[in-house]
Design a protein around this ligand. Structure first.
Ligand code: SF4
Length: 462
């Protein structure tokens, strides 16, 4: 076979990688690609993109990425800004950054040659973990090494009735041992992908298709269900069958068995496995953000965006001027914090009351429940921004969407545009046209948008 498929990434124990609509690489990019470094690079990019992201989402990103940077050398020459722009919307932005850093390392320190084994890949390339290393090495270089992703965890836990927390070190180590033993020595890449595909299409989290499963005869979870069914049916006819065993395990302090407090639940069948410890709820954060708008030279609106620091959450991405808020602040205080932040940008006194409240936008990052408290401010003159602060620029709507901005910021702009449409629609009750001067400049009232000049004139205290 001259092609391979994009399969799910290393996570998603409880989700399915939608392999039923696989993206087929061209043979030149896949296993028949004679250039081993290009082959490894293609698999590497797809694996990094697929971490925490569904195949359907990745296909377009992958295609554009490979068109723009078809080789490691091309990627090594790209700027972080270009990488962030192409990655925008894919989430987990540090992945793109580290991919590019690693490409630079391969070019500058390894003479452009990809490491050929899972051990070297993991050791030498930033951002390449055990799963990604195993996938690249087995698919691209034929190394007989296993992989363990969310789909494989599910299949193996069911095959061997492993009911302890599937994220515990004892279970993870055991699953890797099993994957490395099971992997087909002659076709490791195909075997690994087949195992992941089995988890994605047959041994799915809910309602697995055990009747169609090609490995059901080897599956302890399935056998247990079958025994229970036989037991129930014999009981119905008054026979006294032996109590079903629990296969080879389930006693003592086995680190792989279900804890005594969570025994096998017959109503769940094979979906007793795998089990995960309860997730910690995401941390709640509030951020005030301001859509600063002005009329561009052709009358179309332009927005001010600023660049985030080069490290930390959403590193290097662009956003509307924003400031983190403490929890439980009064609405008035939140406005003041944002006004103070903008004042630092513009070097002039700002009146918090001049900011128009747009609404709240929720965005869930992997570990953060972020609430953006969105305000807007229309500027009718130019502003001098302090060049010592973060880089900033004015962009049209089109440029905004083409920039390295997060999905969260796109939601913020959408909320702002929705509010503008509402205001400009007579049917919705607001008579004020977009861009019209706010009434009562000099005596601003909450919720009314002011021009910058009026905003700067507005009193800072009620
Ligand atoms: Fe999964 Fe059922 Fe197959 Fe076992 S028999 S591996 S539980 S689909």
């Amino acid at each position: 076979m001259d092609c391979f498929i994009l399969h799910g990434g290393p996570s998603a124990v409880g989700s399915v990688s939608p392999c039923s609509s696989p993206f087929i690489f061209s043979p030149l990019q896949a296993t028949s690609e004679p250039d081993a470094d290009r082959r490894g690079y293609a698999v590497w990019v797809s694996e990094i993109m697929l971490q925490q992201t569904q195949v359907a989402t990745v296909i377009d990103y992958y295609t554009r990425w490979m068109q723009k940077w078809p080789t490691l050398q091309a990627l090594a020459q790209a700027s972080l800004e270009e990488v962030n722009e192409l990655w925008a919307g894919l989430g987990y932005y540090s992945r793109g950054k580290r991919l590019q850093e690693a490409a630079r390392k391969v070019v500058s320190e390894l003479a452009g040659r990809m490491p050929r084994t899972a051990e070297e890949l993991q050791k030498l390339l930033p951002g390449v973990g055990r799963y990604t290393a195993g996938a690249i090495a087995s698919i691209s270089y034929g190394q007989a090494t296993g992989v363990v992703d969310g789909n494989v965890i599910r299949v193996l836990c069911r095959l061997r009735c492993i009911g302890a927390d599937s994220s515990s070190p004892a279970v993870i180590d055991r699953l890797w041992d099993m994957a490395n033993v099971l992997v087909d020595r002659s076709r490791p890449g195909d075997f690994n992908q087949a195992l992941m595909e089995l988890g994605a299409t047959v041994c799915v989290p809910k309602s697995p298709l055990c009747g169609e499963c090609p490995v059901k005869q080897h599956c302890q979870a399935w056998r247990r269900v079958e025994k229970e069914l036989a037991f129930a049916s014999q009981k119905l006819f008054g026979k006294a069958p032996p109590v079903p065993d629990v296969e080879d395990c389930g006693v003592g302090d086995c680190p792989l068995c279900p804890p005594a407090t969570e025994p096998w639940d017959s109503s769940l069948g094979v979906t007793n496995f795998p089990r995960k410890a309860a997730k910690r709820p995401p941390r709640a954060m509030r951020t005030a953000t301001c859509v600063l708008e002005r009329r561009g030279c052709h009358g179309a609106p332009e927005y001010l965006i600023v660049q985030r620091p080069s490290s930390g959450l959403l590193a290097g991405l662009w956003e509307f001027p924003s400031v983190p808020l403490a929890q439980d602040l009064q609405e008035e205080k939140e406005r003041e914090e944002l006004a103070d932040h903008l004042q630092a940008w513009m070097g002039q006194p700002m009146a918090a009351k001049g900011l128009q409240f747009i609404g709240e936008v929720i965005h869930i990052f992997s570990h953060i429940h972020q609430t953006y408290v969105v305000y807007s401010l229309h500027l009718d003159g130019d502003v001098i921004l302090d060049p010592a602060l973060s880089p900033s620029r004015w962009v049209t709507e089109h440029e905004f969407h083409a920039s390295a901005v997060s999905t969260a910021m796109k939601k913020v702009l959408k909320a702002h545009e929705k509010q503008r449409r509402k205001e400009s629609s007579p049917a919705k009750g607001s008579k004020r046209k977009r861009g019209a001067k706010a009434p009562g400049a000099g005596s601003p009232c909450p919720g009314t948008q002011l021009s910058l000049r009026a905003f700067l004139r507005a009193p800072t205290a009620p």
